[in-house]
Design a protein around this ligand. Structure first.
Ligand code: DX5
Ligand code: ZN
Length: 223
């Protein structure tokens, strides 16, 4: 299994965002997780396409844009133009899920659906061919630094089974990402439940030495 570590820049120093992106990739991270909150779908307000565009020159690593916005569709082309590589959205926030996925793919990005802790996986039923990633929220979206909701591991096992059955049939890979409260002490449990891509905000950016935390996470994943 290839594991990917995706620091969430929500917990980075926004006044030095370019450097924060560069430093965390230099410390061994694989992907930049970019949390977009609109004070409407979620009760917080963060960053948009202009900021994505501003950090784009600071790294070659993929930028994984997690849209916590409603409506979804009109912001998709702006993020694609701003250099996003992966765009995910919450199915409850889209009027037409298949159309939103199509817009992401047409824009040249990888596409994914995000599942809140209590959102069922059945939204995947007819769209697996259009999905490159499934993102499971292990907190309710809106804030960094919340506690991991352990029931998400049950859902991770279900999602892993769906992905494995799909890959066996089609040969096409789908990533399984988890987001919220991921730390050194629970990353191995997430991997055991089938997760391959790990978002961590406060666990990484909350520490002075990013490399130490990322190394510890990789050591847990190698066990
Ligand atoms: C929450 C965001 C997460 C958040 C994770 O709505 O989607 O990406 O930044 O932060 P931690 O790792 O601190 O829970
Ligand atoms: Zn996120």
């Amino acid at each position: 299994m290839t594991y990917r570590i995706a620091p969430s820049i929500l917990s980075a120093d926004f006044a030095r965002l370019g450097e924060e992106v560069k430093n965390v990739i230099a410390a061994g991270a694989d992907i930049i997780h970019f949390d977009v909150m609109d004070n409407h779908y979620v009760p917080n307000l963060t960053i948009g396409p202009l900021v994505c565009d501003a950090i784009r020159p600071w790294t070659d690593a993929p930028i994984d844009v997690h849209l916590m916005v409603k409506p979804v569709d009109r912001i998709i082309p702006d993020f694609a133009k701003a250099g996003a590589n992966i765009i995910t959205f919450h199915p409850e926030a889209s009027e037409h899920i298949d159309r939103s996925l199509g817009l992401i793919k047409e824009s040249g990005c990888k596409a994914g659906l995000v599942f809140n802790p209590a959102t069922p996986l059945h939204y995947l039923d007819y769209v697996m061919d259009k999905i490159d990633m499934i993102l499971l929220m292990s907190v309710n979206p809106g804030y960094g630094g919340q506690s991991f909701i352990a029931e998400t591991l049950v859902k991770a096992r279900q999602a892993r089974a769906l992905i494995d059955a799909y890959t066996a049939k089609t040969g096409r890979e789908i990533w399984l990402e988890i987001d919220g409260g991921v730390k050194v002490d629970n990353i191995a449990a997430c991997a055991a439940a089938g997760v391959d891509t790990f978002v961590a905000g406060s666990a990484i950016y909350g520490q002075p030495d990013y490399k130490t935390v990322i190394d510890q996470m990789r050591a847990e994943l190698a066990k």
